[in-house]
Every structure is written in structure tokens, then in C-alpha cells.
Write a protein that binds this ligand. Structure first.
Ligand code: GDP
Ligand code: MG
Length: 551
């Protein structure tokens, strides 16, 4: 056992200061010099820096001297936005402890809770830390009470820091050493490494981010991917500082990278276990990760049809670096050959769109995002049994795939449980907003005198249209949300078709609630009118349900 190793991650709601705290820790441990540090250094993608958000998990190994011992600290910075929670859950599985960071000016928010529960499920040691105590509007006492209410423990054990000025940050590093347990694992056993992330490098092939669970790997070792059943030779291994720094070996308990040289991204996947090739028969795979299910779907087509193969290649590489992204080929009469992709939310979709453009120079046309629907059929005759689920329901994630109306008994749509955390003054406005979203009110519970959690059940469609922005404006920014999938429920839904100059435009079709159809149809047509190039003659824009024009 390596008793001087501590593996931990930082979890928090978006903007509570995770990446800034990482900066200070790297500074105090001299992992990077002040000159090498910029703001939110671990947000290494340009896109992350520009938007000021973390999209990818990012490990960094730090050396820390304390109590006459050299400690090896492995920290993983994580994203805070709900669309990237798969990054968080994979990070949590690679560590023994989590710093729960709460912004003293914002208090506990929806992702604070969601991420805390994820960490508790993994039975991690939680270190509560209040951040931004340098700000004049910091509510340190109130935040401290709320945290204690939530996780118990002693008030004195809740640390108070400013990630900006560095106040208290040394105390956090010491607490990590004192409280987070050393990783279990024996460096002499048969090696097992869990892949928790990866990326593609044109020289090194697939580079896997690993948590060494048992044993030792050395440079040039022959290895075997347990799940993919593929052999490889280690081209290089090492640690994150946060750049990749070569090492002679990685031992049980450590976090690092292994470059496999593999060119096919399918042969080294997140969740797989790397073992020694000579021991492959006697070494078991680790538990891995639950496959995550995308909830939002959209199709995309290269503007230049010649670039189809290039696009497929880009998608494979990108899906390696984003384990939650799924795609499969599709073709359309109007747009040619393209792909349908599954995403964890609208921000995830937007980020992928942006990454395809920047990292792979892909000029793409995207269709309107849609959720998944289940169709109860009048009669399953004529349908391939493998397209039906165990309840004989047909699953579709594109309105174009809806069977003709005469075959449909009813349509089911995904429902989610929504939690809104806010303060009392905004409760009324938020409840009024949510009452217009086909929602079912469930409960109100209090975090402290002023802060409360409203719980609703509502169709996922209502969330992915514009709810984030509407909630922001109804609460002047003092509300945050989290949601999780519940089940599929029958609702009165219809397919809305859009016609331009009396011609059906399949790619604009969508499945919407019948009760709101006229309002939604008018909105879509208005938007369409503004986005189409101006013509000197009249062009008819129409919305129809079952061939009947409604707007
Ligand atoms: P993350 O989304 O949790 O990674 O948060 P960031 O580290 O990106 O920080 C969000 C914003 O809060 C940035 O503008 C930081 O400069 C700011 N910030 C972070 N920590 C502190 C702090 O202790 N004090 C002050 N005043 N600002 C902070
Ligand atoms: Mg961040």
C-alpha cells in the first residue's frame, strides 16, 4: 500500500470556484510557477477559457511536504454543469475523497446537492469548504449552518477559504492529507488499471487516463484491454502536472496516463480495465462504469457532402474524449448523408457543435434537437420485433421516424424530477412559471430559513426548450436547477409539420403537446420567417398537423 498518496476531487455548483482553488493548490505545491499559472489553468481547452466553464475533468499530480513527509496528491478538477455530470461521476470513482466547495455568496445550489449525493454514494470522505470569504457579501455563517444541516459533523470542521487570495488554502491541503484515506491496493499484485478518460493523439494513439487499482505498470509492458480483448504495448506512461510528464512506472493507488499506440478508438474505451498481457486469463476486469443514456438528440450533416468520411473520423475521436456522446449514421432526402447524435443536454450539444467546428474544422447543419419518445402501436404487425422494447413500445428519437397516425394508439414522452433551489422572495414567480410547463408540483422543503427546494415532475421537453433562461429571469439569477430522468408517460402529443412554399420540410418537424400546438406553431413560423433569406415574392410558411394547416 502506498500510504503517502491522497486522491481527491473538487465538486461544486458551477462558478463556485473549483478551478480557481486548483490554481492556488498548484501554486502552493509549486506544481506550476506563478508565471506558468493563469486563471483557471486546468480549463485547458480554449472553449473552456472563453466561456469560463469547465467541460472536461482534469487530473493534476502535486507534491506536498507536510509533517516531514512528501505526500503525492492527485487532484481531479470537475465540471459543475448538469450536462457534464458523467465527467464528475467518473472522477469520483477514481478517488477516495472529495472537497465539497460552496460559494459563500451563493450558498448551497442544485449541483452542490447533486454532486454531494454522487460522492456519498461512492462512500468518499467529504471535506466541506466555504469559498470566496474575501467578498464583502459573503454569508459565511449562514452557509456554514446550511452545510452542517446537510452533512452533519462539527462546524469547526468546515474550512473557510478564498481561492482568489489563497487564504486558508494551505489548511485544505493539510486536511486532505489528514482526512482522506490512502488508496488500497498492492503494487506487487497483478496489475489492474481503470480507464476513466481518454483522448486521441496522432503520435501516441489512444491515451488512457487511468487509476492504478492493483499492481505496477512499466514503460514498454505488454498490456491487454480486458473489455475490448485487445493487446498493446505501452508506448509511454506518466502523470499529469497537468501536462503529461513521462515516468518509468505507475503503481497501485496512483493516477496517471498510459499511451497505448492503438489507432482504433473502439479498442480502448472509458470504463475498460487494462491488465498485463501475460496475466490476462487470471486477472479480473474492474466494475467499470454504467453506460450513460443520452436524453437529447439532433442530426447533423456536413455542408460539403464530400466531407462525410472526415466527419465520421472526427466523431469517433471526439467520442473517445467525451464518453457520454453517442452517434450513428443517418441520411435525409434534403441533406444527404449525416449522423444522429445523442447528448446529455442542450449545453452538451452546443459544446460538441463548437468542438467539431474548432478541433476538426467541420462546417455542419444541425437539425432541431428532440427528446426520445415511445409509441404505443395499434398493431405491431409490420414492425421489426427488435425495434420494440419489452412492453412492445417503439422508441424513436426523431419526429421523422413517427409511424403514420393511423398506426398510433398513443405517444409517451420522458418525464423528469426537477429540483429548483431558490430563496423565499422568488418562490412565487418560479411557481407561476413552472405551472405553465405542464408540470406536477410535488413538494417544498427548506434548507434553512431562507432557502428552499421546490420539487416538480414535468416533461423533459419543457426543460430543454428554454427553461434555464426563464428560471434565471424569474429569479434574477437566484435559483439553480437539477433534474433526473423518471419514466415515460402517455401524453396528448401530436406531430407538427412545417411547410415552406407548400413543401414539407421534414427536418423542421417536431412532436409537441396538442394543447399548446397553435402557440408553438406560430412561434416556430415567426423564427423561421426571420431566419430565411428575404425574397421579393411571397413565400408561404405553414404549420400543419395531420395535413391540416393550423398556422
Ligand atoms: P468553477 O466553475 O467552480 O470552476 O469556478 P471558477 O474557478 O471558474 O470560478 C468562477 C469565478 O469565481 C471566477 O470568476 C473566479 O475568479 C471567481 N472566484 C473563484 N474563487 C474566488 C474567491 O475566493 N474570491 C473571489 N472574489 N472570486 C473567486
Ligand atoms: Mg471549473
Amino acid at each position: 500500500m502506498q500510504s503517502n498518496i491522497r486522491n481527491f476531487c473538487i465538486i461544486a455548483h458551477i462558478d463556485h470556484g473549483k478551478s480557481t482553488l486548483c490554481d492556488r493548490m498548484m501554486e502552493f505545491t509549486q506544481t506550476l510557477s506563478k508565471r506558468e499559472l493563469k486563471e483557471q489553468t486546468l480549463d485547458q481547452m480554449d472553449l473552456e477559457q472563453e466561456r469560463g466553464i469547465t467541460i472536461k475533468l482534469q487530473p493534476v499530480r502535486m507534491d506536498f511536504e507536510y509533517k516531514n513527509t512528501k505526500w503525492m496528491l492527485n487532484l481531479i478538477d470537475t465540471p459543475g454543469h448538469v450536462d457534464f455530470h458523467y465527467e464528475v461521476s467518473r472522477s469520483l470513482a477514481a478517488v477516495e475523497g472529495a472537497i465539497l466547495l460552496v460559494d459563500a455568496t451563493q450558498g448551497i445550489q442544485a449541483q452542490t446537492l447533486a454532486n454531494l449525493y454522487l460522492a456519498m454514494e461512492q462512500e468518499l470522505t467529504i471535506i466541506p469548504v466555504i469559498n470566496k470569504i474575501d467578498l464583502p457579501n459573503a454569508n459565511v455563517l449562514e452557509t456554514q449552518n446550511a452545510i452542517q444541516e446537510l452533512i452533519g459533523g462539527k462546524k469547526e470542521d468546515i474550512l473557510k477559504v478564498s481561492a482568489k487570495t489563497g487564504e486558508g488554502v494551505l489548511g485544505v491541503l493539510k486536511t486532505v492529507v489528514n482526512k482522506v484515506p490512502a488508496p488500497l491496493g498492492d503494487e506487487a499484485k497483478n496489475a489492474q488499471a481503470l480507464i476513466f478518460d481518454s483522448f486521441y493523439d496522432s503520435y501516441k494513439g489512444v491515451v488512457a487516463y487511468v487509476r492504478m487499482v492493483e499492481g505496477t505498470f512499466k514503460d514498454r509492458d505488454e498490456v491487454f484491454m480486458k473489455g475490448a480483448a485487445r493487446e498493446a504495448e505501452i508506448l509511454e506512461l506518466g502523470v499529469f502536472r497537468p501536462a503529461l510528464i513521462k515516468q518509468p512506472e505507475l503503481k497501485a493507488g496512483q493516477i496517471g496516463y498510459i499511451a497505448t499506440g492503438l489507432k482504433d478508438v473502439g479498442e480502448c474505451r472509458v470504463g475498460d480495465t487494462i491488465v498485463e498481457n501475460s496475466k490476462k486469463a487470471v486477472t479480473q476486469p474492474l466494475a467499470g462504469y454504467k453506460k450513460i443514456k443520452p436524453i437529447v438528440f439532433a442530426s447533423f450533416y456536413p455542408r460539403d457532402g464530400e466531407k462525410y468520411n472526415q466527419l465520421r473520423d472526427a466523431l469517433e475521436k471526439l467520442s473517445l474524449n467525451d464518453a457520454s456522446f453517442e452517434f450513428y449514421p443517418e441520411s435525409s432526402k434534403a441533406l444527404g448523408r449525416g449522423f444522429r447524435g445523442g447528448f446529455l443536454g442542450l449545453l452538451h450539444l452546443e459544446i460538441m457543435q463548437e468542438r467539431l467546428k474548432r478541433e476538426f474544422d467541420m462546417d455542419l447543419v444541425f437539425t432541431v434537437p428532440s427528446v426520445e419518445f415511445k409509441i404505443k402501436l395499434r398493431n405491431t404487425r409490420g414492425f421489426d420485433p427488435k425495434d420494440l422494447d419489452q412492453d412492445n413500445l417503439l422508441t424513436i428519437n426523431s419526429p421523422q421516424d413517427l409511424p403514420e397516425p393511423s398506426k398510433i394508439e398513443s405517444i409517451l414522452e420522458p418525464f423528469v424530477r426537477l429540483e429548483v433551489i431558490t430563496t423565499s422572495p422568488f418562490m412565487g414567480a418560479l411557481m407561476e412559471l413552472l405551472s405553465k410547463k405542464r408540470s406536477i408540483y410535488k413538494s417544498t422543503s427548506y434548507l434553512d430559513q431562507n432557502r428552499l427546494i421546490l420539487t416538480y415532475e414535468l416533461p423533459l421537453q419543457e426543460i430543454i426548450t428554454n427553461l434555464h433562461d426563464e428560471i434565471k429571469s424569474a429569479s434574477k439569477g437566484y435559483a439553480s436547477i437539477n433534474y433526473e430522468f423518471l419514466n415515460f408517460r402517455e401524453n396528448d402529443l401530436v406531430k407538427l409539420d412545417i411547410l415552406v412554399a407548400e413543401e414539407l420540410k421534414e427536418e423542421f418537424s417536431r412532436i409537441i403537446p396538442k394543447e399548446n400546438a397553435p402557440r408553438i406553431a406560430r412561434n416556430i413560423l415567426k423564427k423561421l420567417k426571420d431566419s430565411l433569406p428575404k425574397q421579393s415574392f411571397m413565400v408561404k410558411l405553414q404549420a400543419a398537423i395531420n395535413g391540416k394547416i393550423i398556422a
